[in-house]
Write a protein that binds this ligand. Sequence first.
Ligand SMILES: [Mg+2]
Length: 262
Amino acid sequence: MKVFVLFVAVAVATWQCQGSDEGDDHGANFQIFPLRMKTGLGGHYIPEVSCQSWMLGVEAHNIIGFSTVPKDCIGYIGNYLVGDQYRSDSKTVCREAYFYLKTLNITDKDAWVFDIDETTLSNLPYYADHGFGAEPYNPAAFDKWVDLGAAPALPESLKLYRKLVSLGVKIVFITGRPLSQRDVTASNLKRAGYDKWDWLITKDPSIYNGKTAVTYKSKERRKIEEEGYNIIGNIGDQWSDILGTNVGGRTFKLPDPMYYIS
Ligand SMILES: [Mg+2]
């Protein structure tokens, strides 16, 4: 009896591994996993699985140009951002930056580029009230939030900033925030603990109106390098912070599942 059961088990396993001979020659009997993967005990739908896949797609820059977070994922993304995972992921990114810094001989011409929103400052208090990116972007409401100058620091980025300052690295902030929000951004940075910098670059609409963040940030980084500085590192939450030219010796991508800026 035992031998028979073993035989059946091996036969079933072999069939499952090879696929049946029915159908075409390309193993098409294996269903390609749909995005809404059925899993778990009983094969029922677990939204977390597809939301996690969606987030991975965003972080890997496979999903681009999205305007809102999928409605089904509000809970998943909210839990991610306000829970420990976001902090842990950010810590992992910054730890790699420390390892990288250890390999360098820092000079007084070395500079480090920080993005601001979702990199040095966190707008989570705002997004928590606006569906964590599931609501369409509302520029008037967001500007009102920015103008409060109350955004807290991302703790891991603040720690990295302090390390860089202690090493004598020049600090560069380049943000997509407009020139009109420069003063409130400066006071917000100070309030959050970023008390000094060498450049705080905001987007001048007379030069960059209609231009992408990649174009704007590349040009501003180039200006700094043309002044004789060497950008050793660059950190941001958007791919547009770290793509383009003059991106720096190494780039570091912080997580941001809430919005996409090209
Ligand atoms: Mg940002």
